[in-house]
Design a protein around this ligand. Structure first.
Ligand code: AMP
Ligand code: GLY
Length: 422
């Protein structure tokens, strides 16, 4: 079978890497891919958001299954387009992708179905005065989110009323997020540990992958700026079997039933971003795709054939599918360029990739090839994943592999997974 993976980051590299292990997969294309993915798949120069170009490619290249990594093409309607043309694709329809594409849609949906989440109110920029009143009538801290996609930057955690009022001005008057911020959600601040649970859905049924935990801040001890994710590990012990059972009963099953009842059944990966509050697990956010870098730890823990899992989701047969998971631990340390998430240098030669690959999977996120040698080409450059027995030993193994890699301005967190070890 020919498979097409859409995207160009570490997540897509991990998907390609796992698909390559399937005896059913004969050829993997990745659009647009990156320098590391090119070792495992044929990279095709079509951008992830060029959904018509991708559909045409899938038709002319006899692609049996397309897997979409990132949210933008999903929110744009790539699944609707492919299905209209009779192509098999893993991911939610445009209407279902609103769980990520519109925070207002998500909050109203969760409320309608009594799914636990933070209390909230929504405002349009025409109601700036009402939003100000809301802030004045409610105590700090506040969480203010743009309704639309803002490249992961549309969330402001405001410790004081003044910060919240400044954020409102930025969103509504200065238009810092353009249209994405013309409607906002103001949420109650939830306290607790975060975790990500991925439900692989077919519209009715689902299979859950190993619960994972991301490390979003740039600095050790969860300090400094938010990033796309500096590392992850799975399974996350904070999601005990009892909590996972609650997440399925109180969150995942009512979501699938609600989406179906409202006319847009959810197919694809439902990324359930959770906060473990004193009152139990609550939804922080949904994403309409797998997480990055969580995918780099959940893929190696899948014992089943990944092609079959994706296909079962696309074909509506997950209910009779037996997903098998490895009982091991997986740890991914992201290696970034100094300066990330702000400005950073590109084009730095990278050494030690082969040595690191002996004991770990090295997933490429932002690399390129210059004069036949690998160089840095992004803020997040690599994700180094080790798999082993026990989290402590697996953390050691991941860092041993990371230390074999070198480039000027290489930066990584030293504490990935350590929270769970204590
Ligand atoms: P989101 O894009 O909705 O995932 O938000 C980004 C990050 O902001 C989350 O991963 C949390 O760390 C934090 N966050 C979002 N909403 C809340 C909330 N209601 N309470 C506390 N933290 C939140
Ligand atoms: N790891 C966070 C995300 O994928 O959104």
């Amino acid at each position: 079978m020919n498979v097409l993976v859409v995207g160009s980051g570490g997540r897509e590299h991990a998907i390609v890497w796992k698909l390559k292990q399937s005896p059913q997969v004969t050829k993997i294309y990745c659009a647009p891919g990156n320098a590391g993915i090119a070792a495992d798949a044929e990279c095709v120069a079509i951008m992830a958001e060029d959904i018509y170009g991708l559909a045409q490619f899938a038709q002319t290249n006899n692609v049996a299954l397309t897997v979409v990594g990132s949210e933008a093409p999903l929110v744009k309607g790539i699944v609707d387009l492919f299905e209209e043309r009779g192509l098999v694709i893993f991911g939610p329809s445009r209407a279902a992708a609103q769980v990520e594409g519109s925070k207002k849609f998500l909050k109203q949906f969760l409320q309608r179905h009594n799914i636990p989440t933070a209390a909230y109110a929504t405002f349009h920029k025409d109601d700036h005065a009402a939003a100000v009143r809301y802030v004045q009538e409610h105590p700090a801290p506040y969480v203010i989110k743009t309704d639309g996609l803002a490249a992961g930057k549309g969330v402001a955690i405001c410790a004081t009323r003044e910060e919240a009022l400044t954020a409102l001005k930025e969103y509504f008057q200065d238009n810092v997020f353009g249209d994405a911020g013309s409607t906002i959600v103001i949420e109650e601040f939830m306290e607790g540990e975060e975790a990500s649970v991925f439900a692989m859905c077919d519209g009715t049924d689902y299979a859950v992958l190993s619960p994972a935990q991301d490390h979003k801040r740039i600095g050790d001890g969860d300090t400094g700026k938010n990033t796309g994710g500096m590392g992850a590990y799975a399974p996350a012990p904070v999601v005990t079997p009892a909590i996972l059972e609650r997440v399925e009963r109180e969150i995942i099953r009512p979501t699938l039933a609600g989406m179906k009842a409202e006319g847009h059944p959810y197919k694809g990966c439902l990324y359930v971003g959770l906060m473990m509050t004193a009152a139990g697990p609550k939804v922080v956010e949904y994403n309409c795709r797998l997480g990055d870098p969580e995918t780099q730890v959940v893929m190696p823990l899948i014992a089943s054939d990944l092609y079959e899992l994706f296909h079962a989701c696309a074909a509506g047969t997950v209910g009779s599918y037996q997903l098998r998971l490895h009982p091991s631990a997986a740890v991914c340390v992201v290696i970034a360029s100094q300066g990330y998430p702000d400005a950073y240098e590109k084009g730095r030669p990278i050494s030690g990739l082969d040595a690191a690959s002996r004991d770990a999977a090295v997933f490429h996120a932002g690399t390129a090839v210059k004069d036949g040698k690998p160089v840095t080409a992004g803020g997040r450059v690599l994700g180094v994943t080790a798999v082993g027995e026990g989290l402590g030993a697996t953390i050691e193994r991941a860092y041993a592999a990371v230390r074999r890699i070198g480039f000027d301005g290489m930066y990584y967190r030293k504490d990935i997974g350590s929270k769970a070890k204590q």
